[in-house]
Design a protein around this ligand. Structure first.
Ligand code: ADP
Ligand code: MG
Length: 168
């Protein structure tokens, strides 16, 4: 792991734009694991990343179906393990997730760390203010591992607009 990047977004669209900037660095086989409480903005981040990857249809939370797939510059797979009963249910998805030719986003990835590849980008989103759950600012912590560490300078470059913004 190289250093984590922590950025503040002030509304959902900024979170989507930040995610789209991250998506510009995505390569086949990448896994991006999202954590943060309900309503933190995990799905919002995936929506922005999918948009950045050229997905043209609306991305909605796969909470009840576990996984949805989209066609973009790369195939995009969106997993949400919030309602997962057994780890085996993820394994049963087989080649659909964590495949070498797709990019896989996992909401609540921290709940299934054992199943995630070590080479990944962790994205943790938290409310930035103590002013209540409706306040729009979020702190987004990006922690690169493996091949993402090798891309961390590029990541820093892509996130320039946010790195110069208000701190978290
Ligand atoms: P999660 O998937 O983590 O449960 P969602 O992305 O579904 O969260 O929902 C996040 C909610 O918070 C949305 O209603 C969104 O409009 C709102 N929101 C407010 N500010 C932000 C922000 N800065 N970034 C992301 N979402 C935000
Ligand atoms: Mg969600």
């Amino acid at each position: 792991m190289t250093g984590a990047l922590v950025l503040r977004t002030s509304d959902p669209e900024q979170t989507r734009q930040l995610a789209a900037a991250v998506a510009g660095l995505v390569e086949p086989g990448d896994v991006i694991a999202l954590s943060g409480e309900l309503g933190a903005g995990k799905t919002c981040f995936v929506q922005g990343a999918a948009r950045g990857l050229g997905v043209e249809v609306a991305v909605t939370s796969p909470t009840f179906v576990l996984v949805r797939s989209y066609r973009g510059r790369l195939p995009v797979v969106h997993v949400d393990v919030y309602r997962l009963q057994r780890l085996q249910d993820v394994l049963d998805l087989g080649d659909e997730v964590f495949a070498p030719d797709v990019v896989t986003f996992v909401e609540w990835g921290d709940a299934i760390t054992a199943l995630l590849p070590q080479d990944r980008l962790d994205v943790e989103i938290v409310h930035a203010d103590e002013t209540g759950d409706d306040a729009p600012s979020r702190c987004v912590r990006l922690t690169p591992y493996g091949s993402w560490s090798a891309r961390s300078e590029a990541l820093r470059g892509a996130l320039g607009p946010w790195l110069g913004g208000p701190p978290c």
